[in-house]
Design a protein around this ligand. Structure first.
Ligand code: DGL
Length: 259
């Protein structure tokens, strides 16, 4: 049993979509969330820089006493989780695009994937898609500009709508029946994506799976907080408190922190 917090970090506000799933499945757990918005987007930065930023976030969470760390960012996971696991002595949970369930269930044999440049170009992503999806057509699309719009509070904007319609066009043309969201910012786009996509296209993301995996790893390591109490939730951003508040709701206090 441990009442130490679970640490969660992302390049920005997107990982709050993961925090929500974790908080729902593990309501007793204390959590600390870091939004590294001043360094967003991570996507175009390259493996070395992304790893350096992941180390910085990890060390801050460890300093705050976290018992397990969720890398709530596909880009940071696919580029740096091996390094983190080798170098720090806490369990790490990562997130990767859910290409496997899409490849197993497609009936049109075409699946779309929207992710950052850093994720699509990573060795981990090509390994996973080679392993599970080599028999189907994968329409890959870099979500260039999406993270920036969300981070600047323009989730619902004409710019976002026109960017997404452009990105979805080749996928619709290829007759995809699954769209895999490969970035934790993207679940916030689901209402817009549903408007733009044909009805038969199903959208999948990995948020719930990350929460389930977190529960399993806590149990396996005897780290679950079994006491019933009101959990402590801490949110830190080095970017805009206002943007993060609009995604989380007014109920939670968000602190500005220089990290
Ligand atoms: N939320 C991050 C992800 O899942 C966004 C990456 C970025 O900042 O480009 O990949």
């Amino acid at each position: 049993m441990s009442n130490k917090p679970i640490g969660i970090f992302d390049s920005g506000v997107g990982g709050t979509s993961i925090w929500k799933e974790v908080h729902q499945l593990l309501p007793n757990e204390n959590t600390i969330y870091l939004s590294d918005s001043s360094n967003a987007p991570y996507g175009p930065k390259g493996k070395e820089k992304i790893t350096a930023l992941s180390i910085k976030n990890t060390e801050l969470l460890l300093k705050k006493g976290c018992k397990l760390i969720i890398v709530a960012c596909n880009t940071a996971t696919t580029n740096s989780i091996d390094y983190l696991r080798e170098n720090y002595n806490v369990p790490f949970i990562g997130i990767e695009p859910a290409i496997k369930p899409a490849a197993l269930n497609t009936t049109t044999n075409a699946v779309g994937i929207l992710a950052t440049k850093g994720t699509l170009s990573s060795a981990l992503f090509s390994h996973t898609s080679g392993r599970f999806a080599s028999h189907i057509k994968i329409v890959e699309q870099e979500g260039e500009g999406i993270v920036e719009l969300i981070e600047s509070g323009k989730l619902y904007s004409n710019e976002m709508e026109s960017l997404l319609s452009t990105y979805l066009k080749p996928m619709v043309k290829a007759n995809i029946d699954y769209l895999v969201l490969g970035c934790t910012h993207y679940p916030y786009l689901i209402p817009i994506l549903e408007e733009l996509l044909p009805d038969h296209v199903k959208i999948i993301d990995s948020g719930e799976a990350v929460a389930r995996q977190t529960k399993v790893i806590l149990e396996q390591n005897g780290l679950k907080n079994t006491k019933i109490f009101i959990p402590r939730t801490e949110f830190y951003t080095n970017g805009s408190v206002k943007v993060m508040q609009s995604l989380l709701g007014e109920k939670f206090k968000i602190d500005l922190l220089d990290f």
